[in-house]
Design a protein around this ligand. Structure first.
Ligand code: PGA
Length: 238
């Protein structure tokens, strides 16, 4: 199973950044698949710049509607048509800032898989939930939606504790290991084997240590994917 290293550029992108983008920075490694998730409006341009899937083209979200009168929405089949290989779904910024529920994430998940796009499903607890000792319950409930989905082999799970995202303070190896165990436990009723990756303040200084965690298959990287640190992070998985 190849490892996965996905950069999430969030709402940080412009034409100039893509024009200066050098795909050769992204060496191909046999055991690591590298992708970058760009804002929807830049997907076409990024697709032209990301030569031969280096890095592979990813989206940060898709609509929970298939097509029709949904002003401003971008459907999974549209993304597929533009060459998108992976879509990030259920990111905590969407759950918290835009009120996305597990049901909404489920609708998106079904449409993405139906369109032939692989999913990176984000799960993770807030600081308050962690303090209240309900981390495992939160993860379990966020993964429960999978029981309603076909095509699970195209799902990857990203453990992203909300309190570690963008804070500079990654979760400890012990916390990641414990979440990983919970995720594996929740997935044990299925026959597919999902890649499980970690996201939340992954950077050059901590990637080596985190990459050593047994059973972890890669990273979802926000801020550091906008910098040259991203290459070191990729290399830590090789
Ligand atoms: P971060 O973001 O690496 O900046 O913490 C991770 C994410 O939001 O996926």
């Amino acid at each position: 199973m190849k490892k996965l290293c996905i950069g999430n550029w969030k709402m940080n992108c412009n034409k100039d950044m893509l024009l200066k983008f050098n795909p050769n920075t992204f060496m191909s490694y046999e055991n690591v698949e590298v992708g970058i998730a760009v804002p929807h409006v830049y997907i076409q341009m990024a697709g032209d710049r990301f030569v031969e899937g280096r890095p592979c083209l990813c989206a940060q979200d898709c609509s929970g509607f298939d097509s029709g009168s949904h002003t401003g929405e971008v459907g999974a089949r549209m993304l597929k048509e533009l060459g998108v290989r992976y879509v990030i779904l259920g990111h905590s910024e969407r759950r918290s800032l835009l009120g996305e529920s597990n049901d909404t994430v489920l609708s998106k998940l079904k449409l993405a898989l139906g369109a032939g796009i692989e999913v990176i499903l984000c799960v993770g607890e807030t600081l308050e939930q962690r303090k209240n000792n309900v981390t495992n319950e939160v993860i379990r409930s966020q993964l429960d939606i999978l029981s309603e989905v076909d095509g699970l082999e195209r799902i990857n799970v990203a453990y992203e504790p909300v309190w570690a995202i963008g804070t500079g303070q990654a979760a400890s190896s012990k916390d990641i290991q414990s979440a990983l165990d919970q995720i594996k436990n929740s997935l044990s009723r299925y026959t597919f084997k999902s890649r499980i990756i970690y996201g939340g303040s992954v950077k050059k200084s901590n990637c080596k240590e985190i990459s050593r965690i047994e059973g972890l298959n890669g990273f979802l990287v926000g801020n550091a994917s906008l910098t040259e640190e991203f290459s070191s992070i990729i290399k830590s998985l090789v």
